[in-house]
Write a protein that binds this ligand. Structure first.
Ligand SMILES: [Zn+2]
Length: 423
Protein backbone atom coordinates (compact mmCIF):
# COMPACT_ATOMS: atom_id res chain seq x y z
CA UNK A 1 0.00 0.00 0.00
CA UNK A 2 1.25 3.47 -0.86
CA UNK A 3 2.26 5.45 2.25
CA UNK A 4 0.15 8.47 3.13
CA UNK A 5 1.65 11.93 2.62
CA UNK A 6 2.22 12.21 6.39
CA UNK A 7 4.01 8.85 6.39
CA UNK A 8 6.29 9.81 3.52
CA UNK A 9 7.15 13.08 5.31
CA UNK A 10 8.08 11.00 8.40
CA UNK A 11 10.77 9.28 6.33
CA UNK A 12 12.44 12.37 4.89
CA UNK A 13 15.91 13.36 6.05
CA UNK A 14 16.20 16.82 7.64
CA UNK A 15 18.89 19.47 7.26
CA UNK A 16 18.34 21.44 10.46
CA UNK A 17 19.29 25.08 9.86
CA UNK A 18 19.25 26.34 13.44
CA UNK A 19 20.16 24.93 16.86
CA UNK A 20 22.06 26.12 19.92
CA UNK A 21 23.90 22.85 20.35
CA UNK A 22 27.21 23.76 21.98
CA UNK A 23 30.06 21.84 23.62
CA UNK A 24 29.18 23.00 27.17
CA UNK A 25 25.86 21.15 26.95
CA UNK A 26 26.29 18.53 24.23
CA UNK A 27 29.54 17.10 25.57
CA UNK A 28 28.38 17.18 29.20
CA UNK A 29 28.05 13.58 30.46
CA UNK A 30 26.11 14.62 33.55
CA UNK A 31 22.61 15.56 32.35
CA UNK A 32 19.45 15.12 34.43
CA UNK A 33 15.73 15.30 33.69
CA UNK A 34 15.52 18.63 35.55
CA UNK A 35 18.38 20.03 33.45
CA UNK A 36 16.45 19.24 30.27
CA UNK A 37 13.59 21.38 31.58
CA UNK A 38 15.81 24.23 32.77
CA UNK A 39 18.02 24.25 29.67
CA UNK A 40 15.22 24.35 27.12
CA UNK A 41 12.32 26.61 26.14
CA UNK A 42 10.41 24.89 28.96
CA UNK A 43 12.80 26.82 31.22
CA UNK A 44 11.59 30.07 29.65
CA UNK A 45 8.15 29.45 31.19
CA UNK A 46 9.59 30.00 34.68
CA UNK A 47 11.77 33.04 33.91
CA UNK A 48 12.70 34.92 30.76
CA UNK A 49 16.43 34.18 30.42
CA UNK A 50 17.43 37.44 28.70
CA UNK A 51 17.26 40.91 30.27
CA UNK A 52 15.06 43.73 29.00
CA UNK A 53 16.67 47.21 28.73
CA UNK A 54 15.67 48.14 32.30
CA UNK A 55 17.02 44.85 33.75
CA UNK A 56 20.51 43.42 34.38
CA UNK A 57 21.81 39.91 34.86
CA UNK A 58 25.14 38.45 35.97
CA UNK A 59 25.28 35.12 34.08
CA UNK A 60 23.26 33.03 31.65
CA UNK A 61 20.56 31.33 33.79
CA UNK A 62 20.18 28.55 31.20
CA UNK A 63 23.79 27.49 31.71
CA UNK A 64 23.60 27.62 35.54
CA UNK A 65 23.57 24.47 37.69
CA UNK A 66 20.03 23.01 37.78
CA UNK A 67 20.28 21.25 41.17
CA UNK A 68 18.90 17.76 41.88
CA UNK A 69 15.82 16.45 40.09
CA UNK A 70 12.90 16.16 42.51
CA UNK A 71 9.14 15.97 41.99
CA UNK A 72 8.82 19.38 43.66
CA UNK A 73 11.34 20.88 41.20
CA UNK A 74 9.48 19.38 38.20
CA UNK A 75 5.92 20.41 39.12
CA UNK A 76 6.31 24.13 38.23
CA UNK A 77 6.92 22.96 34.65
CA UNK A 78 4.55 20.00 34.52
CA UNK A 79 1.58 21.46 36.37
CA UNK A 80 1.85 25.24 36.70
CA UNK A 81 3.10 25.60 33.08
CA UNK A 82 1.70 22.33 31.78
CA UNK A 83 -0.34 24.04 29.08
CA UNK A 84 2.67 25.71 27.41
CA UNK A 85 3.73 24.27 24.06
CA UNK A 86 7.36 24.46 25.23
CA UNK A 87 6.49 22.02 28.03
CA UNK A 88 4.27 19.84 25.82
CA UNK A 89 7.12 19.45 23.31
CA UNK A 90 9.67 18.41 25.92
CA UNK A 91 7.32 16.04 27.77
CA UNK A 92 6.49 14.35 24.47
CA UNK A 93 10.15 13.98 23.53
CA UNK A 94 11.32 12.73 26.94
CA UNK A 95 8.56 10.16 27.30
CA UNK A 96 9.00 8.96 23.74
CA UNK A 97 12.80 8.57 24.07
CA UNK A 98 12.99 7.27 27.64
CA UNK A 99 9.49 6.10 28.67
CA UNK A 100 7.52 2.87 28.57
CA UNK A 101 4.54 4.13 26.58
CA UNK A 102 3.03 6.49 29.18
CA UNK A 103 2.82 9.90 27.44
CA UNK A 104 3.16 11.93 30.66
CA UNK A 105 5.75 12.61 33.36
CA UNK A 106 4.09 11.63 36.64
CA UNK A 107 4.75 11.22 40.33
CA UNK A 108 5.15 7.50 39.53
CA UNK A 109 7.56 7.56 36.58
CA UNK A 110 9.75 10.67 37.05
CA UNK A 111 12.53 8.79 38.89
CA UNK A 112 12.79 6.14 36.18
CA UNK A 113 12.86 8.82 33.47
CA UNK A 114 15.55 10.79 35.34
CA UNK A 115 17.65 7.61 35.66
CA UNK A 116 17.26 6.87 31.95
CA UNK A 117 18.25 10.42 30.98
CA UNK A 118 21.38 10.24 33.17
CA UNK A 119 22.34 6.78 32.00
CA UNK A 120 22.02 7.55 28.30
CA UNK A 121 23.86 10.87 28.50
CA UNK A 122 26.88 9.06 29.94
CA UNK A 123 27.19 7.38 26.53
CA UNK A 124 29.39 9.53 24.26
CA UNK A 125 27.32 8.49 21.21
CA UNK A 126 23.92 9.31 22.74
CA UNK A 127 23.37 12.77 21.25
CA UNK A 128 24.22 11.50 17.76
CA UNK A 129 21.87 8.54 18.32
CA UNK A 130 19.00 10.90 19.14
CA UNK A 131 19.72 13.03 16.06
CA UNK A 132 19.67 9.89 13.91
CA UNK A 133 16.35 8.83 15.41
CA UNK A 134 14.99 12.29 14.62
CA UNK A 135 16.08 11.78 10.99
CA UNK A 136 18.43 14.78 11.13
CA UNK A 137 21.31 14.53 8.66
CA UNK A 138 23.06 17.85 9.28
CA UNK A 139 22.83 20.57 11.91
CA UNK A 140 23.76 24.23 11.56
CA UNK A 141 24.33 25.43 15.10
CA UNK A 142 24.62 28.90 16.64
CA UNK A 143 27.00 28.27 19.55
CA UNK A 144 26.64 31.74 21.06
CA UNK A 145 28.98 30.96 23.94
CA UNK A 146 31.81 30.88 21.40
CA UNK A 147 30.88 32.68 18.18
CA UNK A 148 34.13 31.48 16.54
CA UNK A 149 33.54 27.78 17.25
CA UNK A 150 34.66 25.24 14.63
CA UNK A 151 31.58 23.05 15.09
CA UNK A 152 32.60 19.93 13.10
CA UNK A 153 35.77 19.75 15.16
CA UNK A 154 33.98 20.26 18.47
CA UNK A 155 30.71 18.40 17.89
CA UNK A 156 31.08 16.02 14.95
CA UNK A 157 31.11 15.91 11.16
CA UNK A 158 27.37 16.41 10.82
CA UNK A 159 27.69 19.90 12.37
CA UNK A 160 28.41 23.32 10.88
CA UNK A 161 28.11 26.65 12.65
CA UNK A 162 27.16 30.26 12.08
CA UNK A 163 29.05 33.23 13.52
CA UNK A 164 26.98 35.47 15.77
CA UNK A 165 27.94 39.08 15.04
CA UNK A 166 26.38 40.68 18.16
CA UNK A 167 29.66 41.09 20.07
CA UNK A 168 31.27 42.99 17.18
CA UNK A 169 28.25 45.30 16.91
CA UNK A 170 28.56 46.12 20.64
CA UNK A 171 32.36 46.48 20.60
CA UNK A 172 32.77 50.25 21.05
CA UNK A 173 35.04 49.64 24.08
CA UNK A 174 37.40 46.72 24.92
CA UNK A 175 35.15 45.77 27.87
CA UNK A 176 31.83 46.22 26.07
CA UNK A 177 29.98 42.96 25.52
CA UNK A 178 26.75 41.68 23.99
CA UNK A 179 23.93 40.06 25.99
CA UNK A 180 25.79 36.72 25.86
CA UNK A 181 28.87 38.26 27.50
CA UNK A 182 31.05 38.14 24.35
CA UNK A 183 33.49 41.00 23.66
CA UNK A 184 34.11 42.14 20.09
CA UNK A 185 37.68 43.20 20.85
CA UNK A 186 38.59 39.78 22.26
CA UNK A 187 37.05 37.99 19.26
CA UNK A 188 38.92 40.23 16.81
CA UNK A 189 42.20 39.46 18.57
CA UNK A 190 41.47 35.75 18.22
CA UNK A 191 41.16 36.41 14.47
CA UNK A 192 44.62 38.03 14.47
CA UNK A 193 43.41 41.65 14.45
CA UNK A 194 44.67 44.30 16.90
CA UNK A 195 41.67 46.64 17.25
CA UNK A 196 43.66 49.63 18.54
CA UNK A 197 41.79 52.22 16.47
CA UNK A 198 38.29 52.67 15.07
CA UNK A 199 39.70 52.18 11.54
CA UNK A 200 41.57 49.00 12.51
CA UNK A 201 38.39 47.64 14.13
CA UNK A 202 36.35 48.25 10.97
CA UNK A 203 39.05 46.81 8.69
CA UNK A 204 39.32 43.79 11.00
CA UNK A 205 35.75 42.75 10.22
CA UNK A 206 36.92 41.73 6.75
CA UNK A 207 39.40 39.31 8.29
CA UNK A 208 36.67 37.88 10.53
CA UNK A 209 34.48 37.16 7.49
CA UNK A 210 37.42 35.77 5.50
CA UNK A 211 38.06 33.31 8.35
CA UNK A 212 34.55 31.82 8.23
CA UNK A 213 35.44 29.02 5.82
CA UNK A 214 38.49 27.93 7.84
CA UNK A 215 36.26 27.68 10.94
CA UNK A 216 33.67 25.75 8.86
CA UNK A 217 31.12 28.51 9.48
CA UNK A 218 28.47 28.83 6.78
CA UNK A 219 26.71 32.09 7.65
CA UNK A 220 26.60 35.16 9.84
CA UNK A 221 23.93 35.39 12.53
CA UNK A 222 22.40 38.66 13.61
CA UNK A 223 20.69 38.13 17.00
CA UNK A 224 20.82 41.81 17.93
CA UNK A 225 17.07 41.82 18.59
CA UNK A 226 18.20 40.69 22.08
CA UNK A 227 20.60 43.67 22.44
CA UNK A 228 18.76 46.54 20.69
CA UNK A 229 16.01 47.25 18.14
CA UNK A 230 16.19 45.90 14.58
CA UNK A 231 15.95 49.33 12.90
CA UNK A 232 19.38 49.02 11.29
CA UNK A 233 19.44 52.43 9.67
CA UNK A 234 21.75 53.95 7.06
CA UNK A 235 25.07 54.13 8.89
CA UNK A 236 26.18 57.49 10.33
CA UNK A 237 29.94 56.94 10.56
CA UNK A 238 30.63 60.26 12.30
CA UNK A 239 28.19 59.47 15.12
CA UNK A 240 29.43 55.85 15.29
CA UNK A 241 33.00 57.09 15.71
CA UNK A 242 31.91 59.07 18.80
CA UNK A 243 31.07 55.77 20.55
CA UNK A 244 34.59 54.44 20.00
CA UNK A 245 36.61 53.95 23.20
CA UNK A 246 33.77 54.99 25.49
CA UNK A 247 32.72 52.59 28.27
CA UNK A 248 29.21 54.00 28.16
CA UNK A 249 28.31 55.84 24.94
CA UNK A 250 24.93 57.57 24.56
CA UNK A 251 22.06 55.45 23.17
CA UNK A 252 22.30 57.32 19.83
CA UNK A 253 26.07 56.71 19.60
CA UNK A 254 25.63 53.02 20.46
CA UNK A 255 22.92 52.60 17.84
CA UNK A 256 25.05 54.35 15.21
CA UNK A 257 28.02 52.12 16.06
CA UNK A 258 26.07 48.87 15.75
CA UNK A 259 24.18 50.15 12.66
CA UNK A 260 27.57 50.68 11.02
CA UNK A 261 28.98 47.27 12.01
CA UNK A 262 25.85 45.42 10.87
CA UNK A 263 25.92 47.31 7.58
CA UNK A 264 29.60 46.42 7.04
CA UNK A 265 28.95 42.75 7.78
CA UNK A 266 25.96 42.65 5.40
CA UNK A 267 28.05 44.29 2.67
CA UNK A 268 30.95 41.84 3.18
CA UNK A 269 28.48 38.92 3.23
CA UNK A 270 26.88 40.10 -0.02
CA UNK A 271 30.27 40.42 -1.76
CA UNK A 272 31.23 36.89 -0.71
CA UNK A 273 27.75 35.36 -1.07
CA UNK A 274 27.67 34.37 2.62
CA UNK A 275 24.10 34.20 3.99
CA UNK A 276 23.00 36.25 7.01
CA UNK A 277 20.59 34.66 9.51
CA UNK A 278 18.57 37.18 11.46
CA UNK A 279 16.35 36.93 14.52
CA UNK A 280 13.04 38.81 14.20
CA UNK A 281 10.03 39.07 16.53
CA UNK A 282 9.71 38.77 20.35
CA UNK A 283 13.15 39.34 22.07
CA UNK A 284 13.21 43.09 23.00
CA UNK A 285 9.68 43.20 21.69
CA UNK A 286 9.28 46.98 21.45
CA UNK A 287 11.89 47.02 18.68
CA UNK A 288 11.79 43.65 16.93
CA UNK A 289 9.04 44.17 14.34
CA UNK A 290 10.27 42.88 10.95
CA UNK A 291 9.20 45.95 8.95
CA UNK A 292 11.62 48.13 10.93
CA UNK A 293 14.52 46.13 9.41
CA UNK A 294 13.37 46.70 5.81
CA UNK A 295 15.99 49.40 5.17
CA UNK A 296 18.76 46.87 5.73
CA UNK A 297 17.27 44.47 3.15
CA UNK A 298 16.91 47.32 0.65
CA UNK A 299 20.48 48.57 1.09
CA UNK A 300 21.90 45.07 0.53
CA UNK A 301 20.03 43.54 -2.41
CA UNK A 302 22.93 41.13 -3.10
CA UNK A 303 22.93 39.77 0.46
CA UNK A 304 20.84 36.66 1.12
CA UNK A 305 18.99 37.02 4.43
CA UNK A 306 17.43 34.05 6.26
CA UNK A 307 14.80 35.60 8.54
CA UNK A 308 13.87 33.55 11.56
CA UNK A 309 10.93 32.43 13.68
CA UNK A 310 8.26 33.72 11.26
CA UNK A 311 8.99 36.98 13.15
CA UNK A 312 6.37 35.83 15.66
CA UNK A 313 3.86 37.37 16.30
CA UNK A 314 4.21 39.37 13.05
CA UNK A 315 4.30 36.50 10.58
CA UNK A 316 1.94 38.16 8.08
CA UNK A 317 4.13 41.28 7.98
CA UNK A 318 7.14 39.04 7.42
CA UNK A 319 5.40 37.27 4.53
CA UNK A 320 4.65 40.70 3.07
CA UNK A 321 8.37 41.54 3.21
CA UNK A 322 9.34 38.22 1.63
CA UNK A 323 6.79 38.84 -1.13
CA UNK A 324 8.37 42.21 -1.96
CA UNK A 325 12.13 41.68 -1.43
CA UNK A 326 13.70 38.84 -3.37
CA UNK A 327 16.79 38.59 -1.12
CA UNK A 328 14.78 37.10 1.76
CA UNK A 329 14.34 33.47 2.81
CA UNK A 330 12.42 32.24 5.86
CA UNK A 331 13.53 29.89 8.61
CA UNK A 332 10.41 28.45 10.29
CA UNK A 333 12.48 27.57 13.37
CA UNK A 334 10.90 28.13 16.80
CA UNK A 335 7.58 29.40 15.42
CA UNK A 336 6.06 25.93 15.73
CA UNK A 337 7.27 25.65 19.32
CA UNK A 338 5.67 28.99 20.17
CA UNK A 339 2.30 28.04 18.72
CA UNK A 340 1.58 25.03 16.51
CA UNK A 341 -1.84 26.40 15.58
CA UNK A 342 -0.44 29.76 14.47
CA UNK A 343 2.35 27.91 12.65
CA UNK A 344 -0.18 25.99 10.56
CA UNK A 345 -2.09 29.13 9.66
CA UNK A 346 1.11 30.97 8.71
CA UNK A 347 2.49 28.02 6.72
CA UNK A 348 -0.72 27.83 4.70
CA UNK A 349 -0.28 31.51 3.80
CA UNK A 350 3.47 31.24 3.24
CA UNK A 351 2.99 28.47 0.67
CA UNK A 352 0.50 30.68 -1.20
CA UNK A 353 2.28 34.03 -1.11
CA UNK A 354 6.02 33.28 -1.43
CA UNK A 355 7.37 33.74 -4.95
CA UNK A 356 8.99 30.30 -5.23
CA UNK A 357 9.52 26.95 -3.47
CA UNK A 358 13.09 27.70 -2.34
CA UNK A 359 12.10 30.11 0.43
CA UNK A 360 11.27 27.92 3.45
CA UNK A 361 13.62 26.00 5.77
CA UNK A 362 13.30 24.36 9.17
CA UNK A 363 15.32 24.13 12.39
CA UNK A 364 14.79 23.26 16.02
CA UNK A 365 16.40 26.20 17.91
CA UNK A 366 17.18 24.04 20.94
CA UNK A 367 19.94 23.37 23.45
CA UNK A 368 19.58 19.64 24.14
CA UNK A 369 18.94 16.96 21.52
CA UNK A 370 15.76 15.79 23.28
CA UNK A 371 14.10 19.13 22.62
CA UNK A 372 15.34 19.01 19.01
CA UNK A 373 13.91 15.50 18.64
CA UNK A 374 10.52 16.74 19.84
CA UNK A 375 10.64 19.86 17.64
CA UNK A 376 11.33 17.80 14.53
CA UNK A 377 8.53 15.35 15.33
CA UNK A 378 6.20 18.33 15.54
CA UNK A 379 7.65 19.89 12.38
CA UNK A 380 7.00 16.73 10.38
CA UNK A 381 3.50 16.38 11.79
CA UNK A 382 2.45 20.01 11.28
CA UNK A 383 3.99 20.37 7.81
CA UNK A 384 2.31 17.06 6.93
CA UNK A 385 -1.07 18.28 8.18
CA UNK A 386 -0.84 21.57 6.28
CA UNK A 387 0.20 19.84 3.05
CA UNK A 388 -2.56 17.22 3.40
CA UNK A 389 -5.06 20.04 3.86
CA UNK A 390 -3.70 21.76 0.75
CA UNK A 391 -4.06 18.56 -1.30
CA UNK A 392 -7.54 17.82 0.11
CA UNK A 393 -8.74 21.31 -0.84
CA UNK A 394 -7.46 20.85 -4.40
CA UNK A 395 -4.84 23.64 -4.05
CA UNK A 396 -2.22 21.37 -5.59
CA UNK A 397 -1.54 17.68 -6.19
CA UNK A 398 0.07 15.20 -3.85
CA UNK A 399 3.23 15.22 -6.01
CA UNK A 400 3.45 18.99 -5.56
CA UNK A 401 3.08 18.60 -1.80
CA UNK A 402 5.79 15.93 -1.66
CA UNK A 403 8.20 18.03 -3.69
CA UNK A 404 7.62 21.01 -1.40
CA UNK A 405 8.07 18.89 1.75
CA UNK A 406 11.46 17.65 0.49
CA UNK A 407 12.49 21.22 -0.18
CA UNK A 408 11.38 22.59 3.22
CA UNK A 409 12.95 19.78 5.25
CA UNK A 410 16.16 19.33 3.32
CA UNK A 411 16.85 20.53 -0.21
CA UNK A 412 16.38 24.28 0.27
CA UNK A 413 18.93 24.31 3.11
CA UNK A 414 21.47 22.34 1.04
CA UNK A 415 21.20 24.86 -1.78
CA UNK A 416 20.98 27.96 0.40
CA UNK A 417 24.07 27.08 2.48
CA UNK A 418 25.85 25.39 -0.46
CA UNK A 419 26.23 22.08 1.35
CA UNK A 420 26.38 19.88 -1.78
CA UNK A 421 29.32 17.53 -1.56
CA UNK A 422 30.49 18.91 1.83
CA UNK A 423 30.93 16.51 4.73
ZN1 LIG B 1 17.94 30.54 18.28
Amino acid sequence: MKPTLRQSIQRLGIVDVHEHHMPELLLNRDVSLLQLFRQSYAGWTQARPYPLPFETRTGDPMLADAGPTTWAALTPFLEHSGSSMFVRNLVGAVTSLYGDGEPAITRKNWRALDTAVRKNHRRPDWCQTVLRRAGIERVITDPYNDPLLDAPRALGNNYLSVMRLNAFACGWHPDACDHNGNRGHALLRRCGVQPDSFGAYLRGLEKVVEGLAARQQVALKNALAYDRDVAFDEPDEKLARRAWGQPSPSPAERKAFSDLIVDRFCKLAGERDVPVQMHLGTALIRGSHPLTAAGLFERHPRTRFLLMHLAYPWSRDLLGLAFVYRNLWLDLTWSLLLSPSHFKLALHEAIEVLPDESRLMIGGDNWHVEETYGAMQWARRLIGEVLEEKVASGYFRREDAERLARKILRENAIRFFKLEGSE
